[in-house]
Design a protein around this ligand. Structure first.
Ligand code: ARG
Length: 720
């Protein structure tokens, strides 16, 4: 009896979503899930959530840029997303003289909006193509399946592709390849920057507060979609007109209270909720600590320069933000995985799975095969992290490594003059882009430090042959930091990547020999080729085997408990999902209670004049002190609510997602997760998981009172 109870308890967490766990496909919302949404406070019909014939909520949700979510909030194609999602467009539009990143920016009429290189994608429809795909893969070995699946997908997406209307299909394997779902997207390419708060507001609290609650960040920015006069997607043109959307979200300034229903639509990038104990062990012991240690060093060296000079800060800001964001994430992830004993939990489940699988040939060896597969790859995983996060983490080395493709062209006997010219031109353009964001002092130190860390930390048998001996012969002891510094200094002084005259001489008469002699190229190529020639195939085998085992494992899990299958959801993979839950406070640890909102009072408490992360615009301090909150005030608190938390299940990629109330109105923008639940990619914690959202009333206050852009407010449909 006891045994059975334990089994059921353990199984539940893997079998079905608990509490507000779940990233649901908007098209395939089961009746059970929909009924639960209604119970929690949803007032909309299924058709209002997702429909392909009528306009529905999904028509207001977009993929923003390469990895974020945005939402349409006016009849003229206005987009709200996060500040950190618009960050590269904002910093890219900035100069030291017109520093929109630092000072903020608002277009007071459409003529002032700034062209960006961004694209956005609208979801046209979702189609289940599982049968079509599987019919063509039936009976194939795993290796043949892997070889063929790309072509099978392509044949299906080719049928729906419509270049003229910018429609394209993408097929996502769901439930580890047990299901195949096609999403058809329409891409728009004329996206303009409309507004952004000063960075002191949009990134208030910086990396200190990142991934943490309480949080006082005004993490929003505003863009607009433009189309041709007949409403079609088209590249930028001065004649283009604002998009007329199928649906846009009304904006509610009624305010929120603890327990309110909250729904988040968006594009969660990735989760691995069915990860095995083997994967968690590798992550905790090797992958995460290696990445964190290497990024730690790179970040410190960049930061040293950024605080000295606004021009350097602008150059490095975008790259720095991305590296820092996931440095803190992966550090916290492992801390939480250990704290919550997720490894033990997974292992216990795997033991139960094994007991069930015994005597079932399809399943009984899965766990043993996982063990073998991880044992084969683990010895090389540190080297791979040190290559990607260390050696190639130097911008010079990272960019030099991309010249390997030029080397290949130079070495190939069949290369035509036209091929060569194309390759050289591409390299010249890439070099120019690299130079624009290159900060020499920090990069030279990064080069030296990461080369030394690789030397010290990675198994000597896996070093590129001869490389470190070469440094030793020319510069001295490898146990001395000065050796690496002297070597790095020479690389920087001599490489054509940083010398225009040398690059011109090379690109006028390119040869493989000249490229190979370049010290930056020689360095980057030695490490990269060491990996590609000896280890990449091991990595591919490892990944393929994991995919094969994962598909079978998940099928087994579903078979083990068929009753729970309709409460399962597939891992996030940057396809549109909906998550629902409530506004809710929490207790992060003994004796500590976290309220569900942060307010203007807290902003002033954190404010440190002149600080790198906690400064504020003078005007904001003044308006706050006067309590000039206008119609955005929270009357009960006599203050401005700046952010709130909900129990929604989201992850990176959801940034910028709308938080929607039970009636379909926008109440906030999701922008982060809390520290206590940083293990969320692997295990959702039903007590501690929270999504951090900027309150839409604070967004509007910033636009209106701080930015003076009433024109933007006037476009919205406010619900009071
Ligand atoms: N952690 C947030 C996310 O991944 C990004 C926040 C950006 N802010 C920052 N200080 N790096 O969505």
């Amino acid at each position: 009896m006891k045994k059975i109870i334990i089994m059921v308890a353990l199984s539940l967490s893997l079998f079905k979503a608990q509490a507000d766990e779940g990233m649901w496909l908007p098209m395939l919302l089961g009746q059970q899930v929909y009924a639960d949404m209604v119970k929690k406070g949803l007032k909309l019909t299924k058709e209002q959530l997702y429909s392909i014939n009528k306009s529905s909520l999904k028509d207001a949700i977009i993929i923003f840029g390469g990895g974020c979510t945005g939402e349409i909030v006016s009849s003229q194609g206005l987009i709200f997303t996060n500040h950190h999602c618009g960050y590269s467009a904002i910093s890219g539009a900035s100069t030291v003289e017109h520093n929109y990143l630092r000072d903020g920016f608002y277009a007071y009429n459409k003529g002032q909006e700034i062209k960006s290189g961004l694209t956005v994608q609208f979801l046209d429809r979702i189609v289940d193509v599982t049968k079509e795909v599987e019919d063509q893969l039936k009976g194939l070995s795993w290796a043949d399946r892997v070889k063929k699946i790309g072509d099978v997908y392509k044949a299906i997406t080719d049928k729906v592709a419509d270049k003229e209307n910018e429609l394209a299909g993408r097929i996502y394997p769901m439930f580890k390849g047990n299901q195949h779902i096609m999403y058809v997207y329409k891409t728009y390419r004329d996206i303009r920057l409309v507004g952004a708060p000063p960075e002191s507001v949009g990134k208030f609290g910086g990396d200190t507060d990142n991934w943490e609650w309480p949080r006082h960040t005004g993490d929003f920015s505003v863009f607009r979609v433009y189309t041709s006069k007949d409403g079609k997607p088209t590249p930028y043109s001065a004649d283009n007109v604002p998009l007329k959307p199928k649906h846009f979200l009304p904006v509610s300034i009624k305010g929120i209270k603890d327990g309110d229903f909250a729904m988040i639509y968006g594009y969660p990038g990735g989760t691995t909720r069915y990860e095995t104990s083997y994967g968690i062990k590798l992550k905790n012991e090797i992958e995460n600590p290696s990445l964190v240690g290497l990024r730690d060093v790179r970040l410190k060296l960049m930061h040293e320069q950024m605080i000295k000079d606004p021009a350097v800060k602008l150059k490095l800001a975008d790259n720095y933000a991305g590296v820092a964001n996931y440095w803190k994430f992966f550090d916290g992830e492992t801390k939480q995985l250990i704290k919550y004993k997720v490894f033990d939990e997974k292992q216990a489940f795997e033991n139960k799975f094994n007991a069930w699988a015994k005597g079932k040939p399809e399943y009984e060896n899965i766990m043993a095969d996982y063990a073998k597969n991880y044992a084969a790859w683990t010895p090389y995983s540190k080297m791979r992290q040190y290559l990607n996060e260390g050696i190639l983490g130097s911008p010079l080395a990272g960019n030099a490594s991309r010249l390997i493709s030029l080397e290949t062209v130079l070495l190939k006997s069949s290369t035509t003059a036209a091929d060569l010219k194309k390759a050289v031109d591409a390299a010249t353009a890439a070099r120019a882009a690299f130079k624009e964001s290159e900060d020499l002092p920090s990069d030279e130190k990064i080069l030296a430090s990461t080369a030394m860390m690789f030397y010290n930390d990675v198994d000597k048998n896996q070093h590129p042959i001869g490389f470190y001996e070469g440094i030793k012969n020319a510069y001295g002891s490898l146990n001395d930091e000065a050796t690496f510094k002297a070597w790095a200094k020479d690389v920087f002084a001599k490489t054509m990547m940083l010398d225009d005259a040398k690059w011109k001489a090379f690109s006028d008469a390119p040869t493989a020999a000249a490229l190979q002699e370049d010290p930056a190229f020689a360095y980057a190529a030695a490490f990269t080729k060491n990996y590609t020639s000896k280890y990449v195939s091991l990595r591919t085998d490892f990944m393929n085997k994991n995919d094969e085992l994962g598909r079978a494992y998940l099928k087994g899990i579903m078979e083990m408990n068929p009753a729970a299958v309709n409460k399962m959801y597939p891992d996030a993979n940057f396809s549109m999902r909906v998550s629902y839950g409530n506004v809710k406070s929490y207790n992060p640890r003994d004796a500590v209670h976290y309220d569900y909102v942060c307010t203007g009072k807290g902003i002033l408490e954190k404010y440190v004049p002149g600080d790198y992360e906690f400064d504020l615009p003078a005007k904001q301090v003044e308006l706050f002190k006067k309590k000039d909150f206008g119609q955005y005030i929270d009357k009960g608190r006599n203050d401005l609510v700046v952010s709130f938390i909900t129990t929604n299940d989201i992850t990176g990629g959801n940034s910028g997602s709308p938080v929607i109330d039970g009636n379909g109105n926008l109440i906030g923008l999701a922008f982060d997760g809390n520290y206590e639940a940083l293990s969320h990619k692997i295990a959702f914690d039903k007590d501690l998981n929270r999504t951090i959202n900027v309150d839409v009333r604070y967004v509007l206050w910033c636009i209106d009172k701080l930015g003076g852009a009433k024109n933007i407010i006037d476009e919205l449909k406010l619900v009071r």
